[in-house]
Structures are given as structure tokens and as C-alpha cells.
Design a protein around this ligand. Sequence first.
Ligand code: ADP
Length: 376
Amino acid sequence: MSAPASAASTAAVDVAAPAVALRGVSVAYGDTVALADCSFEVRRGETLALLGPSGSGKSTALKAIAGFENVVGGTVEIGGRDVTGLSPAARGTGFVMQQYALFPHMSVRANVSFGLKAQKVARAQIKPRVDEVLRMVGMFGFADRLPRELSGGQQQRVAIARALAPSPSLLLLDEPLSALDTRLREEMLIELQQLRRDLPGIAIVHVTHDQAEALALADRIAIMRNSRLEAIDTADRLFHQPPSEFAATFLGGADILPARATAPVVAGGVGTFEHGGLHLRAVSATALAGDKHVALAVRPWAWELSEQPRDNAVQVLVHDSQWRGAVRHVRARVAATDQFIGVDVPVLDAAPESGRQMWAHVAPEHVHVVPAEKSA
Ligand code: ADP
């Protein structure tokens, strides 16, 4: 890919350094701490998803990287260079917002050329580069249209092309798919995956509240909570070995059963855990002392309801159910403790009636043992 010369992209970049690094970054608005002591690194070619509920600090972290926030503590480095005090324009990042934010009176071509012109890229280089990025996002045939003549998905493609035009080493995406309807979001997910393959050297930081989006696109996921980084790891490890109650509930929608180890457990071994007088076996990633208070996290798809008692099961009372397409999401109360669990039942199975007593069975390897939050 031909990189146009620009102030940002020709700045000395240490290729061995992470594409971006936050070191103890804090952002505050008056008394409100929007981001507290946040540290993470993203390598070249890597996609990191910042995942968390609304208000958890995801956008603030992204804007701190882009230079739109006033960082009150810590440093932001891009390509090994401390950019904490620099303006957004001097950082050389591409930024895509939730609401496309195209210039309404400019054509698609003028929108995509904008950053290149601002960086004083030679005219002769601008047209081929704009054509190249418009092709990359499937919008080559729309160069002369105005934004209002495009659908939401097309506008978002143009916004991505505009961000990519100056060949940034770092692409920042702030909920780029959230304004699109479900079908279009799925299409755009596939296109973003393709874009990653087309641009193997670029690092992407992608803010989302949607776990499916994070799992589909990210190499690693940073889970944000209350303006703090709760956990960061590969998507695979965070999903299969969640490190905390919050990580297990936000990624994969687990329900939590407070429990106690009945005997010491070796790392990776199967232990027996007591929850309200009931016993469940679970695989523990870490070694545990006997009597240790923990939380058992189980995802709705891991439970199986049956009429008869089964091995590794708890007795439950069906409370209600919700049809969610391919599955019926049943909420049931554990009879002994009144704790609610969610159980996904295939839609072709009969819907369990409210008030019915049943057994919820789970394989030990699908019960995640995580530190108990309340006693911690
Ligand atoms: P997210 O992107 O995860 O939804 P944000 O980063 O936007 O969360 O917000 C983190 C916290 O900072 C929230 O408590 C939010 O209310 C607060 N916050 C964000 N922007 C501002 C602002 N401009 N003024 C005051 N508080 C803000």
C-alpha cells in the first residue's frame, strides 16, 4: 500500500514498540473520574476490543488515545513516542465514530480526501489513494454522491475509508456498528474482518458494548467496568477461563452461584463445591484451599433442564421464559437458595411451564470457578 507523506506518518516510529500504550492514564471531568489509572498495550497488527457496559470508560480511553481528552495522569504512547501533550492531528490515528460524522455538503470523494489535503499530500497522490480506500470498503462507485444520498451502512463505510486514507498505523473505532440495524451490522462485521486481513500491519482499538462484536473481531479483549480496566486477555482465554464474576457475566452472560470448596482442589482439577446445601463439581483453573469461598459462573447454554434428577444438577423452579429466536431463555430459581439462573432451551423443545420443578444439569468443565466478589 502506498503511504502518502504526512507529518504524522513520517514521524520516527519505533517498529518494535507497541502500536499504542496507555500507562496509568486517568481522565476526569470536574469530580467525575471517567478513566482511572488505565494501562494496556496494543501491538502492531493486533485488534483490541474495549468491551463494557455504558458509562464504563471505553470511549474515554479511546479518546485519550486519539487526543480528544484531557489526560490528568499517566502517559499515552503511539509507536513508542509519548504523545500525551500532542493534538489529535499530530498523533496520526484514524478515528471512526458511532455517528459517521461525514461533512454533509461534501461528496464522498471530498470527505475521504479531507485528511490527505489537510496533511498537504501532493494532489497527484490523492486521487489514487482515495480510489484505493474506497475500493477497500466497497464504495468506489459512490465517490460523487453526497452523504445524504447514502444509507447508514454506506456512510459508515465512507467514514472508515476517510479514517484509513492517510494510512494510519492505528485505527480507533468508537461503536462503529451500533447505529446500524442487525442485518447490516452482521454484514459490516464481515467487512471489518476482511479489512483486517487487507491491512495486516494496522493496530485497531475497537470500542463496543456488544460481546458478539468483540469476540468476532478482537485478538484480545479489555473488559471495562466503573472507569477501570477489569481484565485484559485473549478473547479465547477470557471467554473460557473468565478471571472474575464480572468478566464471566459480561462476556457470555453467566449467572453466579456463591459457593464454598468442600475440600482442597489442585490447579486444573475437579473440585466439589457447596451452594446452599447442594453440591456441584467444577474444574478450577487455580489451586484452592478447602472451605474457600468462591463464585461458580455458568453460562445459560451450559445448563440442561430435565424432569428427573441428574448427576451434577441443582433442583430449580421455572420462573418465566422468553423466546429469543433459536432458543427460549428460561429463568429458573434454585430451589434451595432462591438464586436465579438463566437456561437456554432449544426452541424446538417444549417450553417449560412456569412453576414447574425441574433439574438443571451442567458438565463440570462448564462451571467456571472465579473469586467471590463479596467476600473478597
Ligand atoms: P462508555 O464509553 O463506556 O459508555 P464513557 O467513557 O463515555 O463510557 O464515560 C465514562 C464515565 O465518564 C461515565 O461515568 C460518564 O458519565 C463520564 N463522562 C463521560 N464524558 C463526560 C463529560 N463530557 N462530562 C462529564 N462526565 C463524562
